[in-house]
Design a protein around this ligand. Structure first.
Ligand SMILES: [Zn+2]
Length: 232
């Protein structure tokens, strides 16, 4: 499934092969991998993709796709890291593959007739999956669990786990037009913030050293309109 999604993104010319934005992404990706790789049996790989909507999404098999505009949207590295830790946690919990298997069963019923007409089944499933990947609706329980595991991963990776809380707050304050689908799909942000804060209080050994003040974070500096070379 993960390979099909990669092939589709590549065919659409969305995967960024080289860009100065990788200089921002790589240290974060390396730190998350060091902290979380032992919890998943395929290597995590992080790819920048070019899409209009700031977003990040995890695919089965360990690939994490980071939309370039998300790197511009976040205010600091901890917000970016929080998002990626959250997505990696969906992978650790096998949330994505579970949801996709469900979607495939639905798709198989929907496109059953098309298969009889001889259309390429594999390609059709991949197209269906890619469409779903952006709008997967995880359950509230899956989201909360990914938040908490994500905060554990962030803290272990040495990034401030309050970053995800700050990001939720940024979205609450943002013009709705700017809210990435990533979080507009995930309602009840205040409940998720409360759950994270409770988790931090209950685990002072892991979280006590991190400041809840976003002013303590280093603002991210990325060259605007970085040139991108796409994978073909
Ligand atoms: Zn999620």
């Amino acid at each position: 499934m993960g390979q099909m999604i990669f092939d589709q993104l590549k065919a659409k010319g969305e995967i960024v092969q080289s860009s100065p934005l990788y200089d921002q992404l790589r240290p974060i990706a390396d730190a998350i991998t060091r902290a979380a790789q032992s919890r998943y049996n395929h290597p995590f790989k992080f790819y920048l993709v070019h899409e209009p909507q700031p977003n990040a999404f995890a695919a089965p098999g360990g690939n994490v796709y980071v939309v370039d505009s998300l790197v511009y949207f976040v205010k600091n590295n901890d917000e970016l890291t929080g998002t990626l830790c959250h997505e990696v946690s969906h992978t650790i919990h096998h949330d994505t593959v579970t949801l996709m298997e469900k979607e495939i069963r639905i798709a198989e019923r929907e496109i059953g007739a098309a298969i009889l007409l001889g259309a390429g089944f594999r390609e059709m499933v991949a197209i269906t999956l890619l469409g779903k990947l952006h709008s997967l609706s995880y359950s509230r329980e899956d989201e909360s669990r990914a938040d908490l595991t994500g905060s554990d991963v962030c803290a272990a990776a040495g990034y401030n786990p309050w970053g995800l809380v700050w990001l939720f707050q940024d979205f609450q304050n943002a013009d709705m037009g700017d809210v990435p689908q990533l979080l507009s799909d995930h309602p009840n942000n205040q409940n998720r913030v409360n759950a994270l804060e409770r988790h931090f209080r209950q685990n002072p050994a892991a979280f006590g050293k991190f400041s809840p003040d976003p002013k303590s974070a280093t603002r991210i500096s990325v060259p605007k309109n970085s040139a991108e070379v796409f994978l073909h």
